[in-house]
Design a protein around this ligand. Structure first.
Ligand code: NAD
Length: 464
């Protein structure tokens, strides 16, 4: 894999201030595939200055021209889609078909959606004797995780650019090659120098310097709740805007009237995709006591079909592997019953975990409360709808969920009582224009579509 040895700042690849590098490892075979520079506060400072310098001209660029640049960005992503998918497979371990369809196809669609929104959004409106303008917030510091390397970048950069903001991106240390490819694409799309900048580096060094930089007007972070809390506190102290997309422990609620086989099958698939490394994954399956045994059988049979290797990739790194195995062992210690998978390594090499299903999980168990971020489903029994709702709402998180019932109206009635940001009704499919984000400790703010755009805007009223 080709890697740059510098940072993309002010429209060019510049040498990093320091000498340190980060090794990029392929989680399939544990081999080092590249090294990228480990940025320091000095690199972050240069990048923020470049973004500030570019802000007046970019924020004054008519939205239609910003839209044209986003269209070019989308087109250049399309032109390099095979290379992007191969890079994501190499640094994340995503199976090729999933890397193409989801990791690459989805962010391309989202980049396109922001080209359209930049052109069509009403940045100006009349309210009585006022003209109200939606103006860009300013310089955005974007800090992204490794689980959907390009999607997480596009989710922040595309709406920020559409709004007229300039950006400094600090991507996850595990997946910096995708971020470097994105910077190449931004260059090819002829974004003006300084509108998009990239600093690779470690979270506690480069990420922290970006979150704390006084030249950053808005910090948009996706990752763990622990780091999100720190970033929120830092931003709060500086009276700076912040958007946080954090963890989840989403519930897939199967009401008694539902098509059980379908609900269980889709529910298991939802967790196995991306090897369980999805913040919105339905990692808790809630089933009525009368259908519990049948659901457990269906789920264990479904999980057994997800063979590691081509279908289910590895976890991103050795630390995540140890963490997920630790949770599986904890589940056993706390009295849950493994009905598929388990903590043993399925292959000799690579950071693989066998798709695992736990039965006899009670709501207070660690595996029912904490985000595991691996291919692990916990099946929890409920006795009636109020019990199901209490369990569904009984974690600190509230990012996503599913509800299944014989008819949509019944499922909707339940979904409206859930403390969560998104619910799929009877397997409703992902909508890249629908607002995505959390209730409770799953985050602050929304990404995607018009709601994602307005995160990067601030309002000014002129009275006549
Ligand atoms: P993380 O929160 O440590 O990392 C996310 C991003 O934040 C990375 O770019 C990282 O470099 C940066 N970062 C880390 N510490 C920082 C700091 N002090 N200041 C500023 N930036 C910092 O997440 P992780 O360690 O990669 O994953 C741990 C857990 O987080 C996972 O097991 C999972 O539960 C959760 N997670 C959630 C999502 C999500 O989409 N919500 C994504 C990835 C991970």
């Amino acid at each position: 894999m080709k890697a740059h040895d510098g940072m993309y700042i002010g429209g060019e690849w510049r040498s990093a201030a320091g000498q340190d590098t980060i090794a990029v490892v392929n989680p399939v075979d544990e081999q080092v595939i590249a090294h990228v520079p480990a940025g320091t506060a000095e690199d972050v400072d240069s990048a923020v200055h470049a973004a500030r310098a570019a802000l007046p001209a970019w924020s004054a660029t008519p939205p239609a021209e910003r839209a044209a640049k986003l269209t070019a960005l989308r087109d250049h992503l399309v032109a390099r889609k095979d290379e992007i998918a191969a890079t994501i497979s190499a640094e994340l371990g995503a199976p090729p078909a999933f890397a193409q369809a989801v990791h690459t196809g989805l962010p391309i669609a989202i980049a396109g959606s922001y080209a359209e929104l930049a052109a069509s959004y009403a940045f100006e409106e009349k309210i009585g004797n006022s003209t109200v303008y939606q103006e860009p917030v300013g310089v955005v510091g974007a800090i992204t995780p490794w689980n959907y390397p390009l999607h997480q970048i596009v989710n922040k950069v595309a709406p920020a650019l559409a709004a007229g903001c300039t950006v400094v991106l600090k991507p996850a240390e595990d997946t910096p090659l995708t971020a470097q490819l994105f910077a190449e694409v931004a260059h090819e799309a002829r974004l003006p120098a300084g509108v998009f900048n990239l600093v690779t580096g470690l979270g506690p060094v480069a990420g922290r310097a970006l979150a704390e930089h006084e030249g950053v007007d808005l910090v948009s972070f996706t990752g763990s709740t622990a780091v999100g809390k720190t970033i929120g506190a830092t931003a709060g102290a500086a009276v700076k805007r912040v958007a946080l997309e954090l963890g989840g422990k989403s519930a897939n609620v199967i009401l008694p009237s539902a098509d059980l086989a379908k609900a269980v099958g889709v529910g298991v698939a939802n967790v196995m995709g991306n090897s369980g490394q999805t913040c919105s994954a339905w990692t808790r399956m809630l089933v009525h006591a009368d259908q519990y045994d049948e659901a457990v059988e269906l789920a264990s049979a479904a999980a057994a079909k997800y063979t590691v290797g081509d279908r289910v990739g590895p976890l991103v790194n050795a630390k995540q592997l140890a963490r997920v195995r630790g949770y599986i062992e904890k589940g056993v210690q706390e009295g849950a019953r493994i009905v598929a998978g388990g903590p043993e390594a399925p292959l000799e090499r690579g950071y693989y975990v066998t798709p695992t299903v736990f039965a006899d999980v009670t709501p207070e168990m660690t595996i029912a409360q904490e985000e595991i971020f691996g291919p692990v489903v916990s099946i929890i029994k409920y006795v009636d709808e109020d019990d199901a709702l209490r369990i569904a709402n009984g974690t600190v998180y509230g990012l996503a969920g599913g509800v299944w019932a014989a008819d949509d109206a019944e499922a909707v009635a339940f979904a409206r009582r859930m403390d969560t940001g998104q619910v799929d009704i009877n397997g409703g499919r992902f909508n890249p224009l629908a607002p995505f984000g959390g209730y409770k400790q799953s985050g602050v703010g929304r990404e995607l579509g018009v709601h994602g755009l307005t995160e990067y805007l601030q309002t000014k009223s002129l009275q006549f």
